[in-house]
Design a binder for this molecule. Structure first.
Ligand code: HMG
Ligand code: MG
Length: 319
């Protein structure tokens, strides 16, 4: 066994390779109280790409008053657009699409909600008004040759509405795909999903004609279920997993959303299962340690803490 890496013991019935969709620079940093300098964000994205992440979500072209943390999108994107990695950006509407396309973005993501309460809080629209807002965005993005991801938040539970019925989620997923989205990302925005619920939603989507190949999953670790939910998704054949370096993140419009699944925790499990990711765990951990220094607090990722003596975790083994 190599120090700093898990022993690789494959389990039957799992994919050979997984694409990690890294969201730390967008989903993570959109939630920070302090303003992070644009150059630091650019360095973060560079280091993530250098660690082998081939999809690094860069920023959002949303209203700067709604998410001031990402108001520097116009300055940031050109600083990283030379990277080989795919650099998706979030756009809620045509104004956002115009801004993204003007800078040469070729992967965009719209972001809907399975629930009315979050649609209102996040987009100032009902679920169907938000879909109507996305329709010309998706059509124009496709015309421009861009890849389009359709995020869907609150797929399992909602802080205002409680548990979210599976058919309600399936309806909005279908609508996003019918508009022309190339892939979905099923968000457990407040981290309340458990593995059986994940399998039930994936099965219902398949029954509604949605292939597993267009489904990504986006788990939050609020109740410590993110890796268990990921394993359920892998067992179902999902090969796109969203994660955030160092476990950064939450959501500014869903107060009970805590950290995203940490990319390091995900990579540790995937390496242990013998699943290829292309990610260098040492480099990734070093990046999250560096980012934690920029933010002035330790990473919540268990793997980052275990692998980085400077965060004090090794001492804690002696307690
Ligand atoms: P609104 O107030 O209804 O906007 O907000 P509007 O359409 O009425 O327009 C009002 C003004 O905003 C206009 O300017 C527009 O031009 C301007 P005026 O004519 O008054 O001078 N405007 C913009 N300016 C810059 N860029 C834009 C833009 N759009 C309008 N794109 C809006 C509606 C959608 C804009 C707003 O609600 C918004 O920006 N929301 C984004 C919120 C957000 O980014 N939330 C976090 C991301 S979602 C998430 O975190 C979940 C996810 O990570 C999955 C998970 O974790 O589960 C994806
Ligand atoms: Mg998230």
């Amino acid at each position: 066994m190599t120090p700093g890496l898990p022993m690789s013991v494959p389990a039957p019935g799992l994919p050979a390779r997984v694409r990690i969709h890294e969201v730390g620079a967008r989903d993570g940093l959109q939630n920070e109280q302090t303003v992070i300098p644009t150059e630091v964000k650019a360095e973060f994205i560079r280091r993530l790409a250098d660690a082998g992440l081939d999809t690094v979500e860069a920023t959002s072209f949303v209203h700067p008053k709604w998410v001031p943390q990402l108001a520097d999108a116009e300055r940031l994107f050109p600083l990283v657009s030379d990277l080989d990695a795919r650099l998706p950006v979030l756009v809620p509407n045509e104004r956002g699409l115009d801004r993204a396309l003007a800078l040469g973005a070729d992967r965009i993501a719209v972001f809907g909600s399975a629930t009315e309460s979050f649609a209102k809080a996040n987009l100032n629209r009902t679920v169907d008004e938000a879909l109507a807002m996305f329709a010309p965005v998706v059509a124009r993005a496709k015309d421009a040759g861009a890849h389009v991801r359709g995020y869907l938040s609150m797929c399992f539970g909602d802080p205002w509405e409680g548990p979210v019925p599976v058919p309600q989620v399936v309806r909005v997923c279908r609508a996003l795909l019918d508009q022309g989205c190339d892939e979905l990302s099923l968000g457990d925005t407040i981290g309340v999903a458990t593995p059986g619920h994940v399998t039930a939603l994936l099965t219902a989507l398949n029954e509604a004609g949605v292939g597993t190949d267009v489904i990504g999953v986006h788990f939050h670790d609020t109740y410590g279920q993110a890796l268990a939910n990921t394993l359920a998704a892998l067992q179902h054949g999902v090969t796109t997993i969203d994660a955030s370096a160092g476990g950064l993140g939450g959501c500014p419009y869903a107060k009970s959303a805590t950290g995203n699944l940490a990319t390091e925790d995900l990579v540790w499990m995937l390496q242990g299962l013998g699943i290829e990711t292309g990610v260098d765990l040492d480099r990734l951990t070093a990046t999250s340690v560096w980012m934690a220094e920029q933010l002035g607090r330790p990473s919540p990722s268990r793997t980052v803490r275990a692998l980085s003596p400077s965060l004090g975790s090794h001492d804690s083994h002696k307690e």
